[in-house]
Design a protein around this ligand. Sequence first.
Ligand code: FAD
Length: 310
Amino acid sequence: HALTEARKALDAPLFAGLPGDINVSFEFFPPKSDAMMDQLWDAVTTLAPLSPAFVSVTYGAGGTTRDRTHGTVARIINEARLPAAAHLTCVDASKAEVNAVAEAYWEAGVRHIVALRGDMGQPGAPFVPHPQGYQNAADLVAGLKAIAPFEISVAAYPESHPDSPSVAADIDNLKRKLDAGATRAISQFFFEPETFFRYRDALAAAGIDAPVLPGILPVSNFAQTRKFAAACGAAIPAWMEGLFDGLDTHPPARQLVAATIAAEFCRKLYAGGVRDFHFYTLNRAELSYAICHLLGVRPGPVAAPVEKAA
Ligand code: FAD
């Protein structure tokens, strides 16, 4: 099945999408400064007319961005009027602390949480649950469901999570998160469409029918991507390394190459039947916007922005 999809992908035209048959979602991170808030807001308002199914805002390691995540999600809901999900992790926090954050989200009108385990502050350190905390993401999902009827998304790993003893154990873990009440998974980024097609087949074989959205990382800063990928176990194909080679000192050319690679990647995913795309925007709109455009996603009528309260 995966190979048939891959073969079909080779023949797909460049402008693959049909208007209205694609759902997109966008991920942002909470800004650390006023200048970064301006950049984020620029990205949110540029992408909002594409009518995303939802947008989401990440949660810093160990709760370091708790207030900023909350503030950013609330602003997106109230001012941009987009359905926004807040990420929440359970690393380094007791259940009571995590529950208090979730209750505050609910009170602020947040109805969708991306529930994650999180990672230890020390890069690569093995995960140790807080003594009074949730043990893992599945445990967190069950805890959140007990607080309020949140819509819950969880993480999925087409190339397996580095902590997983096997592909099958990783898929079992995803199943536990869905059984605990999550209704959707969002994947870690990956760079070969075939990786996702194989994963989709493995999930179907395991009886998982919840939507799993491919996480698309439009790469423009290759050095940074190499670092991200090493930390989360995503493979960087040699061809990609080669395509970015020599472009460090040519940012505009690099941006064009980045757009070409990402568009080709999404075109193949679309040809393989993918209709939901989740973009890791890194708070920059242009690459995601361009890829959406190539996929046939066009601006629709958008809710008038609300004046920011003084
Ligand atoms: P879990 O699903 O609990 O477990 C991770 C892996 O550990 C499993 O896939 C499995 O392989 C293994 N495992 C766990 N328990 C068992 C078991 N009992 N038996 C066998 N294997 C087991 N991090 C942040 O800090 N903030 C964010 O906002 C954030 N957003 C993210 C969004 C997405 C879409 C993704 C894909 C990741 C995000 N992360 C974020 C990173 C995430 O926190 C890390 O990948 C973390 O290491 C694992 O989190 P998880 O929720 O997948 O954990």
